[in-house]
Design a protein. Structure first.
Length: 496
């Protein structure tokens, strides 16, 4: 790695600390890194107070400043606790590495917003100088932060990385009581069904604003401000499978401004994720991936499910062929960017059985993408199931996502469920986490035509523009508007 600081002579590192711990740790790390240190012949200077540090900075013009925030002012005044005042007192003209034993929310906000300041959590084994120093001494013109918010009780925990460099680790966010409400009881369906779309989106934006305040406050504001300043923000919300109430939380609607334009899903590459059972290896999209199109839109019939009161209730399904035909037609226009295969059952064979046989057929190229379009259900009691047409009049066939997961070949990277209620904790646990793949679908009931439009916008970004799955999802949401309800119901499960 060629860094500018290595192109000249010796370099000064100014350590600002009244204690001995940080200077000793730094010296030990410099000796450990040796030639891997992106500085030639570094010399360590020491300042025991901020006043002396200010004078030395003006005199020696150090290449790097290592700051202990507990360093006394040295001028008889009280210790400075406000970060802007502390940094102003130093008057630094060099990159600053703040040395802390563990992550701190105030310094984390500064790290998010400033490329000339990073935090070295010396008690954290993942916080390594060999990762942090190149970012400070030779910063990229385009920063990309990966923030993972682990949703758990009693409060969420945050990690942030730039590449391999750990900026924030195990930072507990101070949340408001609204974070702990039972989101399973917060029915969003009636908002998606409202005839007045403007009122509906205003209500959804208000929910997103409430949720943003409950989880993030100033820390989340720093992420949004960094994005507005040009930093690329990747967000992953990790949810433990046992936290089903947190899975119901509508994090896609997070919204600092409280406007429909400000939904996080429209402005930030974001996804939910559940930790995979095995190590997940990122695979770049093939030039022309095999896309298996499973058209179950002609499903008509009824089935019995267990309702809220524990009693059986009837669910009916209508033919969606008209909207899905347009979806298939648009995908065929992307044939230069994918190998589209429409699943066709043989006479006397059901579509469900045909799907199982195709996914186990080693004589054909395995599909990297499986696109199911039709109906799905996630009843209050019971598993999430995809609904297939049946040869028996008035009936349907059912396929649980748990069983579907066992059919998938290793090469499958993405499952798209263009169906109402296809995204659930079941989907996250069995399809996404157990198989280590991305899944895109809808949390609740949406109209067939807007759903098809959303999916086509996603594929244009993923296949034609070759965006990452998360960026393609974001851009598809951004194309949506008040009149189209599907994008705000869309949910992505992804690791990368």
């Amino acid at each position: 790695m060629a860094l500018n600081p290595k192109t000249s002579g010796d370099h000064e590192i100014l350590v600002i600390s009244s204690g001995s711990t940080i200077p000793k740790l730094l010296q030990s790390e410099i000796e450990r890194l040796n030639t891997r240190l992106p500085l030639v012949n570094p010399r360590i200077r020491r300042s025991l107070n901020l006043k002396d540090a200010h004078a030395q900075i003006g005199e020696v013009r150090p290449t790097l400043i290592v700051l202990d925030p507990e360093t006394p002012p040295g001028d008889g005044m009280q210790s400075l606790r406000e970060i802007p005042a502390l940094l102003e007192r130093i008057g630094a003209g060099a990159p600053i590495l703040v040395a802390l034993p563990r992550s701190d929310s105030s310094w984390a906000r500064e790290t998010i917003l400033r490329s000339d300041l990073l935090v070295w959590n010396w008690d954290n084994l993942d916080s390594k100088l060999e990762d942090l120093l190149p970012l400070l001494l030779d910063p990229s013109k385009k920063r990309r932060l990966r923030a993972v918010i682990r949703l758990c009780q009693p409060e969420p925990v945050c990690d942030i990385k730039i590449g391999d460099a750990s900026l924030v680790q195990n930072l507990r966010l101070n949340v408001k009581p609204g974070y702990r409400r039972n989101w399973r009881e917060d029915d969003l369906q009636h908002l998606f069904d409202m005839e007045n779309r403007t009122t509906a989106w205003t209500s959804l934006a208000e929910k997103g604003y409430f949720l943003f305040s409950a989880i993030f406050e100033e820390f989340g504001g720093a992420l949004v401000d960094a994005r507005n300043q040009g930093t690329i923000i990747d967000l992953r919300f990790e949810i433990d499978p046992d936290e089903s109430s947190l899975f119901a939380m509508p994090i896609e609607l997070l919204n600092r401004e409280g406007t429909w334009q400000g939904f996080f899903c429209r402005i930030t590459a974001m996804a939910r994720r559940v930790k995979p059972r095995k190590a997940h290896e990122h695979r770049n999209a093939a030039d022309r991936p095999v896309l298996l199109f499973v058209d179950a839109s002609a499903t008509r019939g009824t089935m019995q499910v267990i309702g809220l009161n524990g009693e059986l209730e009837s669910r009916s399904f209508r033919d969606l062929s008209s909207a899905v035909a347009a979806e298939q037609e648009e995908l065929e226009r992307l044939k230069n960017y994918c190998s589209l295969e429409v699943l066709k059952p043989a006479a006397g064979t059901s579509l469900k059985d045909t799907l199982r046989e195709r996914l186990s057929d080693s004589s054909k190229p395995p599909p990297e993408i499986i696109h199911f379009t039709g109906h799905a259900i996630s009843p209050t009691a019971g598993s999430t199931e995809l609904i297939f047409p049946s040869s028996r009049l008035g009936e349907v066939e059912r396929l649980s996502v748990e069983v579907l997961a066992t059919w998938l070949p290793e090469e499958t990277q993405l499952v798209v469920l263009s169906a109402c209620q296809g995204i659930s904790m079941d989907t996250a646990r069995f399809l996404h986490a157990a198989r280590g793949i991305a899944v895109l679908g809808f949390r609740c009931q949406v109209q067939a035509k807007p759903a098809a439009e959303f999916m086509i916008n996603f594929y244009k970004e993923r296949l034609k523009q070759r965006e990452s799955v998360a960026d393609a999802y974001k851009n598809a949401c951004f194309v949506g508007n008040v009149a189209n309800s599907a994008w705000a119901a869309a949910v992505l499960l992804d690791h990368d």
